[in-house]
Design a protein around this ligand. Structure first.
Ligand code: TPP
Length: 531
């Protein structure tokens, strides 16, 4: 008879989950015993980093990804990152060790009491198998739950004495079984949307992150071109990925994130077709009408919860890629005039220190065709989008949940999943702190990504929020003398502080061309950079 460990690792193999991220403790060691040669364990020095790396890896590989955490306190450390993974629709198997079964009722040290309740709001399913022999089935169920739409984390608590027990005699079935995740749209709903599009006088497409995740990029472009649709990206804070090439002539920019301004931007549009996004990831609260006068909205999403919670409009629930294909097969050519393309981005004047806009402009100049950005530099998010106009699928990852710490950690996972594409992780010096130990993993595992750190000596975005919220005199918004480059060096990442346009361009070129992780830090002017 096979042991729980043998069957579980066979299951992981079957799902191509041979890279495991984690931070181990005594309760996880039995799982890691006799770790098979065809598996790779990537150590994060804190659980938030381990989960963030797994999140980046899962999104960039398109595969369910396993992250193993230390019992209760490790799960606690990972919670913010699990919240982010849920917002990112990232298919994670999150496991955590648990005390020996005979110790749980007496609540021996490190017992994860209420193991399934703690993570519950942030995962699709949380479970502790009632018997050791059911561990493989529980893991298989969690992997399928994580991978079926909407993708997201699922959690299994694993008592540490289960691994050497015998697995269920019928466990081979759960190892072998598959669950096809793509369900097609109702053809009637697609025909009706096609007719609405054909009849509309001023329709618009809002492209969301799940277009990229669903592999719908080319069909979104074909749809926009055939229908001559101006295209906006869904609001940046909730858009973890880019769903449409931002250098395309039909691309009109990123929607603002608040209710009033979204509606203002869409003024005069009679049909708003939202694909692969919630409607909408709003923040901050700036009230206003939800739709422009005379406007209606249809959203396509694979997430029943997004479908249910939208405050306006109609929804077609289906795999976003299949729905786009079906719509393309149905909709005719439009005879509308095309919108003017966005003006070419300029970096503005060269200042001392540089503006974030100029820094992103320089990055755009040296950015490789096949490059990937992982972004967590809050006050210059829009500026980066505008300056780089990323135009290839799988080129952009951003923490849709808004919990800082995603960027640095996820970038490592993205680079591990996409070893042939150069990854640049753009960070604010404040954001870098939430996953700072990730620098060690990047160095220790020779992950050749690059970091660009914008140093403005403050939490700029929070000062912008303070203005909007009419908050005066809030403490804790300044970050004097926060040395990211020196800290990165201490963790083993080669780092350089530069100033000025030329030095920045040279340093970035050298770093992007290198096969080691490198960091470039640059002082920038504080304040929100919108362009
Ligand atoms: C886990 C977590 N804690 C706190 C915040 C609140 N927060 C949002 S943006 C921000 C400042 C980030 O500073 P920095 O990276 O330097 O970027 P800047 O605003 O200066 O562009 C903070 C603290 C958050 N989003 N997530």
């Amino acid at each position: 008879m096979a042991s729980v460990r043998e069957v579980a690792f066979e299951l992981f193999r079957e799902h191509e989950m041979t890279t495991i991220f984690g931070n181990p403790g005594s309760t996880e060691l039995p799982m890691l015993a006799e770790f098979p040669d065809d598996f790779r364990y990537v150590l994060g020095l804190q659980e938030a980093v381990a989960v963030g790396m797994a999140d980046g890896y899962a999104q960039a590989s398109g595969r369910p990804t396993h992250v193993n955490l230390h019992t209760a306190p490790g799960v606690g450390n990972g919670m913010g990152a699990i919240f982010n993974a849920q917002a990112n629709h990232s298919p994670l198997l999150v496991t955590a060790g648990q005390q020996v079964r005979a110790h749980i009722t007496m609540q021996a040290n490190l017992t994860n009491r209420d193991a399934t309740r703690v993570v519950h709001p942030f995962v699709k399913w949380s479970f502790e198998p009632p018997r050791a022999e059911e561990v493989p089935h529980a893991l298989a169920r969690a992997i399928h739950a994580a991978s079926l739409p909407p993708k997201g984390p699922a959690f299994v608590s694993l008592p540490m004495d289960d691994w050497n027990e015998e697995a269920d005699a019928e466990a081979a079935h759960v190892v072998a079984r598959t669950a096809e995740p793509h369900s097609g749209p109702n053809p009637d709903a697609i025909s009706s949307l096609a007719r609405r599009l054909e009849k509309a006088s001023s329709p618009v497409l809002v492209a969301g992150p799940d277009i990229d995740a669903a592999g719908g990029w080319d069909d979104a472009v074909a749809l926009a071109e055939r229908q001559k649709l101006p295209v906006f990206a869904s609001p940046a804070p909730g858009g973890g990925r880019i769903g449409f090439p931002e250098g395309h002539p039909l691309f009109q920019g990123v929607l603002p994130p608040a209710i009033g301004p979204v509606t203002e931007t869409l003024k005069g549009r009679d049909l708003i077709v939202v694909v692969g996004s919630s409607v909408f990831p709003y923040y901050p609260y700036i009230p206003g009408p939800l739709l422009p006068e005379g406007g209606s909205l249809v959203a396509i999403t694979s997430d029943p919860d997004e479908a249910a919670r939208a405050p306006m409009g109609d929804v077609i629930l289906a795999d976003v890629g299949l729905a786009l294909k079906a719509l393309l097969a149905e909709v005719g050519e439009a005879n509308r005039s095309e919108p003017d393309p966005l003006p070419e981005p300029t970096g503005g004047d060269e200042t001392d220190p540089l503006t974030p806009t100029m820094v992103n402009h320089v990055l755009g100049d040296v950015f490789p065709e096949d490059g990937i950005v992982v972004l967590e530099s809050p006050s210059s998010t829009l500026s980066l989008r505008n300056q780089l106009r990323l135009s290839r699928p799988g080129s952009y990852y951003f923490g849709a949940g808004g919990g800082l710490g995603f960027g640095l950690a996820a970038a490592i996972g993205v680079q591990l999943a996409q070893p042939d594409r150069p990854v640049v992780c753009v960070l604010g010096e404040g954001s870098a702190q939430y996953a700072i130990t990730g620098f060690w993993t990047a160095a220790a595992y020779d992950v050749p990504l690059n970091f660009l750190v914008l140093r403005n000596e403050e939490y700029s975005i929070l000062k912008w929020f303070a203005d909007i919220e009419e908050v005066k005199g809030a403490p804790g918004l300044d970050l004097p003398a926060l040395e990211v480059a020196k800290v990165a060096e201490a963790y083993g990442v080669a780092a350089k502080s530069v100033s000025g346009r030329e030095e920045l361009a040279e340093a970035l070129k050298a770093a992007i061309g290198s096969s080691k992780p490198e960091l470039v830090e640059i002082p920038v002017t504080p304040g929100m950079a919108l362009f």
